[in-house]
Design a protein around this ligand. Structure first.
Ligand code: ATP
Length: 299
């Protein structure tokens, strides 16, 4: 595991470095909750994607926020946020890249994913020329975490059919090809139906979390066909226990997890702290071009 470094910023020529506080790394496993035995559940997200499904109120946004919190505190990761409701991920707006917080605007969503797709292709060209297969810690390529709450808003609800199809195709391409170049997609949907999550798309997500679902088949749409018949169904989760869900990894068996929960005040406090860290790093990078580390180092 990569150690949690402390960010040290130089405040100007001749001044003493200022310690800002600890930061995380997106190359570290992300704490998403506890298992049935109260043990922490940490999932590696780098080179992977996660699909979060479940009925309204099952705790999807809460899990998404816990993951975004880790990414926001990881200064080796950039944030792209798409949130049709604006308030689910809104607290992280200042941590996102410029222009990379998209609310209920299909046009902006398509343009953002198109830019990401172009960047992904450029990164592959670079890796190919360097005879490498993937990004690594400390690389010139910073990983991106793309959080979407909720997929169906863009892929099935708003805009023209052609635009929705284009959005779905772009998302599929990013999920399919983005992993090696450091693009991590975490997407939530309250409609785990086959028109929103076709098997071909679901199977591209290495991690899948099914919060309480209204039916066995909705649960299977998230986890994979046949799990309900084997007794693993998110339909049996109590509606009075939000945040509980079944987590499955590629090729694994579902595991019961209670997701970590950050209330609004805690989320806001972490977001403010992360935004301050990020601003400091960006300012240092802008004002001290002669220093290859931008005047900021992780010590
Ligand atoms: N892990 C958790 N622990 C405790 N309470 C939780 C947890 N996750 C969610 N909750 C509670 O459940 C409520 C609903 O959660 P959340 O908004 O994440 O659901 P959702 O599935 O995203 O709903 P929607 O689809 O309507 O957006 C939260 O406001 C919170 O009170």
């Amino acid at each position: 595991m990569i150690a949690m470094p402390t960010l040290v910023a130089n405040t100007g020529p001749g001044s003493q470095p200022v310690t800002l506080g600890p930061v995380l790394s997106i190359f570290d496993p992300v704490h998403i909750g506890i298992d049935e035995f109260g043990q922490p559940v940490r999932v590696p997200l780098i080179y992977r994607n996660m699909l979060i499904g479940g009925e309204p109120g099952s705790g999807k946004s809460a899990l998404l926020n816990a993951i975004v919190a880790h990414a926001a505190l990881s200064l080796d990761c950039k944030l792209i946020l798409l949130d049709g409701k604006r308030v689910e991920l809104g607290q992280w707006r200042r941590c996102a890249e410029a222009g990379a917080f998209v609310g209920p605007n299909m046009d902006q969503a398509r343009k953002l994913l198109t830019r990401l797709q172009t960047m992904m292709d450029n990164r592959y060209t670079f890796l190919e020329e360097c005879e490498r297969r993937k990004v690594i810690p400390g690389d010139a390529f910073t990983p991106y975490l793309v959080a979407i709450d909720e997929i169906a808003y863009f892929s099935a609800t708003v805009g023209k059919k052609q635009d929705r199809e284009e959005f779905a195709a772009l998302l599929r391409d990013l999920v399919a090809r983005g992993r090696a170049v450091g693009i991590i997609v975490i997407a939530a949907t309250q409609r785990p139906s086959s028109d929103i999550i076709p098997t071909s798309l679901r199977d591209l997500f290495a991690w899948r979390f099914a919060g309480r679902c209204t039916s066995h088949s909705s649960s299977d749409i998230v986890l994979g066909h046949g799990w309900a018949q084997q007794g693993w169904t998110a339909n049996s989760i109590s509606p009075t226990n939000p945040g509980v869900g079944l987590l499955i990894a590629e090729g694994g068996t579902p595991q019961l997890v209670k997701s970590a929960y950050l209330d609004d005040a805690t989320c806001a406090a972490i977001a403010r702290y992360a935004a301050t860290l990020r601003n400091t790093v960006n300012q240092q990078a802008a004002t001290t071009p002669a220093d290859p580390a931008g005047g900021v180092s992780a010590a």
